[in-house]
Write a protein that binds this ligand. Structure first.
Ligand SMILES: N[C@@H](CCC(=O)N[C@@H](CS)C(=O)NCC(=O)O)C(=O)O
Length: 201
C-alpha cells in the first residue's frame, strides 16, 4: 500500500487518521508546485489529479481524503472515528461536512484565489477569494457554540470531524486567512493538538 501525498491539509487529515489507528505505509511525495500531480502518469492513477491518493497492493487507487479514511475505518475499526450507531454516525457526518464544506473549502478558495498559488493551472479571481474568506470567518462561531457544550464536535468521542476542523485552522494560519480566535475553539484545539496522532507525519 502506498500513500501519494504532499505537505498539504488534505494529506494531513489522512496522516492524523492513520496515526489514530496505528496504520503506516509507504509514502510517495508528489511535488504539487512542480505540477507532478498533473502529469499523465499521476492522472492515470488518480484522474482527479489531487493528493492524497491511496494505492492498494492490487493497484486499486482510492482518492479523496474522506474516502481513504472510510476505507481505513473498515479495515481498522478501532478507535472508531466515524461514529457508532445511527445517531453518532449521523452526528459525525454532519460536523465533518460542516467543517469541510463550510470552513475547509472556503479557506482553500480564499488561499488559492487571493495568493494565486496555482495560477499556472487555474484562473484566480481575487474578489472571489475575499468572498470565500468572509464565508470562512462567518462559519467559525457555529463551531465555537458547539464546543461550548461538547468536548468534541460530535460529542464525547474524537472523530474525523475534529481532524478536519483542526487541520483547517492550522492551514488557515499558515496561508494567512485570518479567522476569529474564539474561546471554546481554542480550548478544544489545544487539546486536539496535544494528541500524539496530530504530531504524526
Ligand atoms: N477533496 C479532495 C481535495 C484534495 C486537494 O484539493 N488536494 C490539494 C492539496 S490539499 C491538491 O492536490 N492540490 C493540487 C492542485 O490543485 O493542483 C480531498 O479531500 O482529498
Amino acid at each position: 500500500m502506498k500513500l501519494y501525498e504532499a505537505p498539504s491539509p488534505n494529506a494531513k487529515r489522512v496522516h492524523v487518521f492513520m496515526a489514530e489507528k496505528g496504520i503506516d505505509c509507504e509514502r510517495v511525495t508528489v511535488d504539487l508546485r512542480a505540477g507532478e500531480n498533473l502529469s499523465d502518469e499521476y492522472r492515470s492513477k488518480n484522474p482527479g489529479a489531487r493528493v492524497p491518493a491511496l494505492e492498494l497492493d492490487d493497484g486499486t487507487v482510492i482518492a479523496e481524503s474522506v474516502a481513504i479514511c472510510r476505507y481505513f475505518e473498515v479495515t481498522h475499526p478501532e478507535p472508531v472515528l466515524f461514529g457508532s450507531g445511527a445517531l453518532e454516525q449521523a452526528t459525525v457526518e454532519m460536523w465533518q461536512r460542516r467543517a469541510e464544506i463550510g470552513l475547509m473549502l472556503n479557506v482553500a478558495m480564499a488561499f488559492r484565489n487571493i495568493s494565486g498559488y496555482f495560477k499556472d493551472r487555474e484562473t484566480c479571481v481575487e474578489e472571489w477569494g475575499r468572498v470565500a474568506a468572509g464565508h470562512a470567518v462567518a462559519a467559525v462561531p457555529m463551531f465555537d457554540a458547539r464546543l461550548a457544550d461538547s468536548r468534541y464536535l460530535a460529542g464525547e468521542r474524537f472523530s474525523i470531524a475534529d481532524i478536519t476542523l483542526a487541520v483547517t485552522l492550522q492551514f488557515a494560519r499558515r496561508v494567512q486567512v485570518e479567522l476569529p480566535e474564539m474561546e471554546n475553539v481554542a480550548r478544544w484545539e489545544a487539546e486536539v493538538r496535544e494528541r500524539k496522532s496530530y504530531k504524526a507525519k
